[in-house]
Design a protein around this ligand. Structure first.
Ligand SMILES: [Zn+2]
Length: 284
C-alpha cells in the first residue's frame, strides 16, 4: 500500500528547508506526499508589497513541491506571522480536519518541544499539529467533522523537525537527495533574496558574520543562491556528522504520536528505496 505522508508547515518553504531531503527519499521509495501551508508567507521580503509577495510565494511553493515530486500543496492562507492571533483551537481544528480527510500514515511538522524557536508561526503550527494528530482518533473531538463525513484517524508515525533539534533521535541519510533538496529550495527565489539580504544586514552588525564565513560569495546577485546552497550543505553535513554519515536531516521521532520524547539517542536510519533517487538538478 502506498505510504501517505502529510506535512503541516507554517510557511511556503519550511517543508523543503527542514525535510526536503527526507521527503524526496520517501517519494523515490513510492510514498505520496501532501504539504499543507498554514500562512500565505506575506511577510518575507524587504522589497515586495505583501499581496504581491503572497502571490509570488504561492507559485514558488508549487514549483518547489513539483520538483520534489509532491502530489498536492494545500494553502490555508492565514496571514504570515499572525497565527497566534487566530481564535484558540482554530488551527488545531483545521489540522484535525485535514488529518481526517487526508488520512496520512506519516506526519511531518515542527517540534513543539524543541528549544529556542523564535517564530510564533512555527510554535503555533507545532502545537496545533501535535494536538490535532493526538486527538484525531477520538470521535467526540470536533464531532462536526464526523457528521460532515470524515472518519477518525490515527497517524502512525511522526517526524518532528526543529531549528535546534535538541531531542532528535532519528537521522535520515539524505546523501542521494541533498542536491534535489537544494534545487527545490532554489525555487523559493524571493526567500533566497530575503534571507541573504537579512544575512548581509546582520553580518555588518556582527564581528564574525555568516557572510564572511562564505568565502565563495563575491556578489549579492550571484551570491544569494550560492549562499543558500552552501548553508543547506553545511547544515546537512553537521546533521550527518552527529551520526557519522556525510549528509542527514534529523528529527524527533516518537514511537507513538503524542508520546513524550524517547531517550536522547541518535540512530542512523536508512529508508527503503526501491528505485534510484532522481538525478540532481542543481549544479554550482
Ligand atoms: Zn517558517
Amino acid at each position: 500500500m502506498t505510504q501517505q505522508v502529510l506535512v503541516l508547515a507554517p510557511h511556503p518553504d519550511d517543508a523543503e528547508f527542514y525535510a526536503g531531503g527526507t521527503l524526496a527519499k520517501m517519494i523515490a521509495a513510492g510514498a505520496t506526499v501532501t504539504i499543507v501551508i498554514a500562512t500565505n508567507g506575506d511577510k518575507g521580503s524587504f522589497e515586495l508589497e505583501a499581496t504581491r509577495l503572497a502571490e509570488v510565494r504561492r507559485m514558488e511553493a508549487l514549483r518547489a513541491a513539483s520538483l520534489l515530486g509532491v502530489r498536492e500543496v494545500l494553502f490555508l492562507d492565514h496571514v504570515d506571522g499572525e497565527l497566534d492571533r487566530l481564535p484558540p483551537g482554530h488551527l488545531r481544528g483545521q489540522f484535525m480536519r485535514t488529518i481526517r480527510q487526508q488520512r496520512p500514515d506519516v506526519l511531518f511538522t515542527f517540534d513543539p518541544f524543541a528549544p529556542f524557536e523564535d517564530h510564533p508561526d512555527h510554535r503555533a503550527v507545532a502545537f496545533a499539529a501535535l494536538e490535532a494528530a493526538s486527538f484525531a482518533p477520538y470521535p467526540l473531538h470536533h464531532p462536526e467533522q464526523i457528521e460532515e463525513g470524515s472518519a477518525v484517524h490515527q497517524v502512525a508515525e511522526a517526524y518532528f523537525f526543529a531549528k535546534h533539534p535538541m531531542y532528535a533521535n532519528k537521522a535520515v541519510d539524505i546523501g542521494e537527495t541533498l542536491e534535489l533538496k537544494i534545487a527545490a529550495l532554489q525555487e523559493h527565489k524571493s526567500q533566497i533574496a530575503f534571507l541573504y539580504e537579512d544575512w548581509v544586514r546582520k553580518a555588518t552588525l556582527a564581528s564574525e558574520g555568516l557572510v564572511t564565513a562564505m568565502p565563495e560569495i563575491t556578489s549579492r546577485e550571484g551570491g544569494a543562491a550560492q549562499g543558500m546552497a552552501w548553508m543547506i550543505r553545511q547544515q546537512a553535513r553537521a546533521d550527518g556528522a552527529a551520526v557519522g554519515i556525510p549528509f542527514a536531516e534529523r528529527f524527533r521521532y516518537p514511537t507513538t504520536v503524542g508520546q513524550r520524547p524517547m531517550a536522547k539517542r541518535e540512530t542512523a536510519v536508512e529508508l527503503r528505496s526501491d528505485r534510484p533517487a532522481p538525478p540532481p538538478k542543481w549544479t554550482g
